[in-house]
Design a protein around this ligand. Structure first.
Ligand code: ADP
Length: 285
């Protein structure tokens, strides 16, 4: 919810490279400051190292500085991480309602990655009322982390499935503890880039509490900022059981602890996308 431009990134040889592009229109077309637009300032351009060519996820070579980025409704940024002629492996982390879901959708579409969300894998188990699902639900209801013995194997198996191996993956909501990060490292699974979305906490609670899902179309609404188009849609909207104020505060607290715990593992490949006071994102390495 809330962000409608895709974070762009590519792999280059031995460097991390950020290159925002800018579209003034996006600012004008953002009627609601609570909804992120990925507006980047030129000052956020941070070349950590330079490289002549970039290997993009579609395996074409291009010059990072001359590459014309495909702008959608708002500006993009361009990040390049360590070079490997392999499918792209991306991790993304962001607080509830930080715009992570939208970014995941846009990134997976754009780069053809398999989207793997730990929360979704767990919800499938909960819905199936499996043994793991029943145990997981107890923790999810409290906004606490589900124990590693349930989550780690679930995620690892999904990452190793043929589609993820062939297309690359975007892992969302995992790892959330140092032990989860260590488990993946032990399995030899290491991402090319770790994207951290940072949104002020004040905005997040309001967004979460008003968030609703249309179970028919999968579309996410916000009762105040993105209301349903008709009474018919409004009447069928559902709310995630943990999208209440009490639970979101717990989830935010847990989220901050989780991020702190995993950042050290990925510090060399972390890119932070922080919201600015003009409703955009400021990128830092
Ligand atoms: P949120 O971003 O609000 O946490 P998710 O769908 O990612 O939403 O996760 C919902 C719940 O699933 C979490 O509150 C937590 O209980 C559980 N969960 C998700 N990912 C993990 C994980 N990597 N490790 C342990 N528990 C997890």
């Amino acid at each position: 919810m809330g962000s409608n431009s895709c974070l762009n990134f590519a792999i280059t040889h031995h460097c991390v490279y950020l290159s925002p592009s800018f579209s003034p229109k996006s600012k004008l077309h953002n009627p609601n400051p609570n909804h992120n637009q990925f507006l980047l300032s030129r000052s956020s351009f941070i070349p950590i190292a330079t490289s002549s060519f970039a290997l993009h996820s579609n395996h074409t070579l291009s010059h990072p500085r001359s590459k014309k980025l495909p702008l959608r409704n708002a500006p993009n940024f361009y990040v390049a991480a360590s070079a490997k002629a392999e499918p792209l492996k991306v991790m993304i982390s962001g607080a509830p309602a930080s715009g992570k879901g939208t970014q995941c959708e846009l990134i997976t579409q754009k780069y053809g990655l398999v989207h793997i969300a730990a929360g979704d894998l767990l919800r499938v188990e909960v819905a199936a009322a499996s043994e793991n699902g029943k145990r997981a639900k107890e923790y999810m209801e409290k906004g606490e982390l589900v124990p590693d013995e349930i989550v780690v194997m679930m995620v690892k198996e999904r990452l190793l499935q043929p589609d993820s191996q062939e297309k690359g993956w975007l892992l969302d909501g995992y790892p959330r503890s140092s032990s989860q990060a260590a488990a993946l490292e032990d399995f030899g699974i290491h991402p090319d880039i770790f994207i951290l979305l940072e949104v002020p906490e004040d905005n997040l609670v309001e967004r979460v509490v008003g968030r609703r899902l249309d179970p028919l179309t999968g579309k996410i609404y916000h009762l105040k900022y993105s209301p349903p188009e008709s009474e018919e849609i409004a009447s069928r909207l559902t709310q995630r059981f943990d999208d209440t104020e009490e639970r979101v505060k717990l989830r935010l607290h847990t989220h901050h602890q989780n991020v702190e715990a995993v950042l050290s593992t990925y510090k060399d490949i972390t890119v932070k996308a922080g919201m600015t006071n003009f409703s955009g994102w400021l990128i830092s390495g």
